[in-house]
Design a protein around this ligand. Structure first.
Ligand code: ZN
Length: 278
């Protein structure tokens, strides 16, 4: 089909008539999904300087430009459906903005692992608690260098998604924390790459997570890579999108070689799929 000049002009006019902010939001990542484990994109409007936004005391990521700012809010998996709110300060004024969290039920997954990885020995329990305190301090990272929007990420490794975000997990018959990331199955040694520019804030070998790297993308947006067989970076390194950070492994509590990929916003693990182009 060929379009006449008049049809082309009309098509262009229809596109141009869409307000820029809406056009930008339509294809923008992360996708808006106001459910537990999802992300709320809350429009803050124009302002000559980047507004500040908080969820209680937690600083939130604010992206955009002077023409239209957006708060990108991570919603905890444990959030109750119903009204939620954020606090915003812009141009010397404070206001509260409401949004609604819809219910979402995630499926259940039953897994079998070595008994010592479910009922921890006192030594392993002590190690896990030390490591958890360390991880929590990493998760508090909030660098002022906000990432460029949109936050389109590319998958850090290509492979089959073997377990998706939010699964309610039962290890050896015992209920445990829900799955707070995306698992991507890939052969041992497959390169894992940064999905977005970011700075390495932590690397280590942890009881559950195994070989681990955390990247800071700014504004409280962090990503997590677990069960790595090798790590090629160290804290402080600045990685460009697509740069190699490690290799797929099965270290820590893993049933086979795969990457566990986590995305953190305002100290909350959210669904990485929302950051990938559909
Ligand atoms: Zn996982």
């Amino acid at each position: 089909m060929t379009l006449s000049r008049r049809q082309l002009l009309l098509a262009f006019a229809a596109t141009a008539a869409v307000p820029c902010a809406r056009a930008a939001a339509a294809g923008a990542l992360p996708r808006d999904a106001r459910v537990p484990g999802g992300v709320a994109r809350i429009a803050l409007g124009p302002a000559s300087e980047r507004p500040r936004a908080q969820d209680d005391a937690l600083p939130l990521l604010v992206a955009g430009s002077t023409a239209a700012w957006t708060a990108i809010v991570g919603i905890p998996l444990a959030a109750r459906p119903g009204r939620a709110q954020i606090q915003v300060q812009a141009a010397g004024e404070s206001r509260t903005l409401d949004y609604t969290v819809r219910a979402k039920s995630y499926p259940q997954q039953r897994l079998r692992v070595a008994p010592g990885q479910v009922d921890l020995s006192p030594e392993d329990q002590a190690r896990h608690e030390r490591e958890r305190a360390h991880q929590l301090s990493v998760m508090e990272t909030f660098s002022l260098r906000a990432p460029e929007s949109p936050f389109a990420m590319s998958a850090p490794v290509s492979g089959r998604r073997s377990s998706s975000f939010g699964l309610r997990r039962v290890f050896n018959g015992q209920a445990r924390a829900p799955h707070a990331g995306m698992d991507i199955a890939a052969a041992l040694g497959t390169p894992v790459t940064a999905p977005l520019e970011g700075r390495v804030v932590d690397t280590g070998d942890y009881f559950f997570n195994g070989g681990t790297v955390w990247l800071d993308h700014g504004g409280g947006l962090l990503t997590l890579y677990c069960h790595l067989s090798e790590i090629f970076v160290q804290a402080g390194d600045l990685l460009r999108a697509g740069e190699r950070l490690g290799a797929v492994g099965a270290t820590g509590r893993a049933t086979g070689p795969h990457l566990h990929w986590g995305v953190l916003l305002n100290r909350t693990m959210v669904d990485p799929a929302l950051f990938l182009a559909a």
